[in-house]
Design a binder for this molecule. Structure first.
Ligand code: NAP
Length: 290
């Protein structure tokens, strides 16, 4: 029998992910600001007005919210998921949140007879729109078997990486590296422009030589279009750096590049860039018109 699906959190990532599930299955959806859920309901989703209503109507509940606080709110708040859970249900958490909260919520859900799968994603807003995300899952094997067919509707590479918590650990490590790549790309490209090189020349060489990365391409594209509307916000990027440093700290592991990146990104956010795309970091060097 087909599983009944629910989806909570229809932001930049969650909306297109839920829409891909909806192309193949009925989905009950909830979003804190109801307009986004209504927009998906107009395309055939069933509308819920609380996480509890989603939980009452679903066997598998996908969640994609901002951070630890948002996840706690939808899981543990009044009319939250946990208030309505019954044995056998699976929570699939796609948000990027701390390993510590993941393990704590996993234990609470297990007390209710449910199962927790942390399933954070990488690939950006474009990956969510094109169903080409990479999805890394921490869970028991049996839960993974049940959710895998649905994950493949949203992602291209779907991988079981270990027990609960290991999906988030991998995501945090991966995001530390992409943050450092992004900041390196921004610094190098702005230095190149200062040195009188054209963006076309920088792009041609840097996207083919050893400097190439997803983030070099992103910075070049954003500078060319002067478009810093969020795909991935400065607030979310800083949150992920905080998560990486918290993980390092919990293990007594020194991460000096991560610590520098965190301080630089916090300063960028404080300048008013919180809701802008992470690539706006390239604007920390004011353009010279002399
Ligand atoms: P977003 O557009 O800001 O969406 C955040 C979602 O969380 C919205 O549905 C928002 O509801 C909800 N939310 C926030 N606080 C809440 C609360 N207290 N209670 C209930 N719902 C709350 O962010 P996003 O870019 O989709 O990112 C979502 C997650 O994916 C983050 O953990 C991010 O790090 C991760 N991620 C993002 C990308 C990317 O490129 N964007 C890539 C990989 C992973 P409202 O609509 O009411 O505000």
């Amino acid at each position: 029998m087909a599983e009944r699906l629910g989806f909570i959190g229809l932001g930049i990532m969650g909306y297109p992910m839920a829409a891909h599930l909806l192309e193949h299955h009925p989905v009950k959806v909830y979003n804190r600001s109801v307009e986004k859920a209504e927009r998906l309901a107009a395309k055939g989703a069933k509308l819920a007005y609380s996480p509890r209503q989603v939980t009452e109507a679903s066997d598998i509940i996908f969640v994609m919210v901002s951070d630890d606080q948002a996840l706690k709110s939808v899981m543990e708040g009044k009319d939250g998921v946990i208030s309505a859970m019954s044995p056998g249900q699976i929570i699939v958490d796609h948000s990027t949140v701390s390993v510590r909260l993941t393990e704590a919520l996993g234990a609470r859900v297990a007390e209710k007879g449910g199962h927790w799968c942390d399933a954070p994603v990488t690939g950006g807003d474009v990956g969510a729109q094109n169903a080409t995300l990479t999805i890394m899952v921490g869970s028991e094997s049996e839960s993974y078997r049940r959710i895998e067919p649905y994950l493949t509707l949203m992602g291209k590479l779907v991988m079981h990486v270990g027990p609960t918590g290991k999906g988030q650990a991998l995501k945090v490590v991966s995001n530390l590296v992409s943050a450092l790549n992004l900041m390196a790309a921004a610094e190098g490209i702005r230095l190149g422009l200062e040195a009188g090189l054209s963006l076309d020349a920088l792009e041609a060489v840097m996207t083919h030589g050893t400097a190439r990365s997803f983030e070099v391409t992103k910075i070049v594209d954003r500078v060319r279009q002067h478009d810093f509307n969020p795909g991935f916000s400065v607030a979310n990027r800083l949150k992920d750096l905080d998560l990486a440093l918290a993980l390092a700290d919990s293990l007594g592991f020194a991460a000096p590049l991560g610590a520098s990146a965190q301080a630089l990104f916090a300063a960028h956010k404080a300048l008013g860039f919180q809701t802008q795309d992470e690539s706006s970091y390239v604007l920390r060097w004011p353009e010279r018109h002399d």
